[in-house]
Design a protein around this ligand. Structure first.
Ligand SMILES: NC(=O)c1ccc[n+]([C@@H]2O[C@H](COP(=O)([O-])OP(=O)(O)OC[C@H]3O[C@@H](n4cnc5c(N)ncnc54)[C@H](O)[C@@H]3O)[C@@H](O)[C@H]2O)c1
Length: 423
């Protein structure tokens, strides 16, 4: 594609994840299917936008203009058609709305917004203006998760009966940034938990009911000066306080029933001391699947009754429908990749390239993105289901959660909406 035919876009939010998305642009830029051109960087902290622009120049030799607001950017560069929003979670509803109001198509980092009510604002505006609203939910785009989904759909383990989704760790450390521990800016259980809500739904379809509880275990957290995923936060950690007093819950414990009848046990505990755990297992009427986790490229293991565990290339026989889309096949080395070996940052960038590419294709063809605004909203609703169930002391249905403030299960989220001025 010629440079002129590419869709010009701006990065909005130039912190840790924004800089990871810049590497995603790089992976797309160097592929044979580059369809997006980064031309601007916007951050309310202009220094962050300028640093991002200088990194873009150093890494890819491109000219990126820095701005402190989307309105200034659009006024100065009217041919920009799209934005890639990676502002902190609690600001998504404001940042994305500002972009939609400028008639820009949007790719927004997960979670789409801090409550389902905040998501509704964005869905309504995107629909009114006929703009693409896509959510950057990266775990499901890992080829290994595509393979697992095909194994389930193709009946490799028979009828799924149980999924166990577990994340335990974190102790009393500040996880990545202080804002991830505050209820009104996107607590870690929303910020990280929403990935797992998406994986549960991606593997097994829609959830019917949730019974759960949440906790705020750690009342004080400490800055361990960790450089965070991919090392991108080293630049910021010295500006964080030594200790913080969290207001947002750090653990979800939930029992789910899917519409298809499968149940799931979901633990998302970021206050775990002792032995950390991270596991994802699906059990069915003929066998089980062990996921190796996300973005590490390790093989999946299939256990079938009466067979030795299967984790080599022969696993592909059990997933005949498995095919990666063309750009994923190019970036990961084949249509039916069952394992890969790349550094974390390289894998991360390839997956983000897929998200950016899809945005460009949706703008060009009018197609709906895989994780549309509505899908992203459902992930937020599922994440909050255990919060609302715990408040009400009863199971809640996902339908109740999807009714947002009009429904009977919106106590916890209503408190956030009041605090941020939406109710
Ligand atoms: N998918 C993943 O694997 C993954 C990983 C990390 C973060 N994330 C998501 O990315 C988002 C950003 O996280 P982060 O760790 O980079 O946060 P961060 O705090 O490092 O960076 C956020 C940046 O946004 C800027 N900002 C805030 N409001 C803005 C606005 N209205 N307009 C423009 N800029 C604004 C801030 O100044 C800051 O530079 C979060 O939603 C988070 O959930 C996703």
């Amino acid at each position: 594609m010629t440079q002129d035919a590419k869709i010009k876009y701006a990065a909005v939010g130039c912190g840790g994840m924004g800089r990871r998305h810049l590497r995603g642009f790089g992976a797309l830029h160097h592929s044979s299917m580059a369809n997006m051109q980064l031309v601007a960087a916007v951050d309310t902290n202009l220094e962050a936008a300028q640093f991002y622009a200088s990194e873009a120049h150093d890494l890819y030799g491109i000219e990126v203009r820095a701005f402190a607001s989307v309105a200034e950017m659009k006024a100065g560069m009217p041919d920009v058609q799209a934005v890639d929003v990676t502002t902190d979670t609690g600001s998504h509803h404001r940042a994305v709305l500002a972009c939609l109001e400028q008639d820009l198509h949007v790719l927004c980092e997960k979670p789409l917004a801090i409550t389902t009510g905040a998501c509704d604002l964005l869905l309504a505006e995107a629909s009114r203006r006929h703009r693409v609203l896509s959510v950057a939910e990266n775990f499901r785009r890992d080829p290994i998760n595509r393979l697992i989904r095909a194994l389930i759909d193709d009946g490799a383990i028979g009828e799924p009966r149980l999924m166990i989704e577990t994340t335990i760790g974190g102790a009393d450390r500040i996880v990545i940034t202080p804002w991830r521990h505050m209820k009104h800016t996107g607590a870690i259980t929303l910020d990280e938990g929403v990935h797992h809500a998406d994986m549960l739904r991606y593997y097994l379809g829609e959830v019917a009911t949730v019974y759960g509880e949440t906790r705020l275990h750690e009342k004080v957290r400490h800055n361990t000066r960790s450089s965070g995923p991919g090392g991108f936060y080293a630049r910021y950690v010295n500006s964080f306080p030594d200790t913080i007093e969290p207001t947002g819950e750090d653990a979800i414990y939930a029992h789910l029933r899917f519409e298809r009848g499968t149940v799931a046990h979901w633990v998302n505990d970021h206050a775990g001391h002792g032995r950390g755990q991270s596991g994802r297992f699906v059990y069915g009427s003929k066998g089980s699947i062990d996921s190796p986790g996300d973005r590490n490229g390790k093989p999946v293991t299939l256990h079938l009754t009466g067979h030795d565990p299967i984790s080599g290339a022969e696993i592909l026989q059990y997933a005949p429908s498995y095919r990666l889309e063309p750009l994923a096949a190019e970036l990961f080395g084949g249509e039916r990749v069952w394992t890969y070996e790349f550094e974390f940052n390289a894998t991360d960038a390839k997956i983000m390239a897929l998200e950016l590419f899809e945005l460009g294709e949706c703008i060009r063809t009018g197609a709906t993105p895989e994780v549309s605004g509505e899908e992203g909203r459902r992930d937020v609703a599922l994440t909050y289901a255990a919060f609302e169930s715990g408040r009400l002391g009863r199971p809640v249905t996902l339908d109740e959660l999807l009714q947002a403030s009009h429904g009977p299960a919106y106590e916890y989220q209503a408190e956030i909406d009041r605090q941020i001025g939406l109710l």
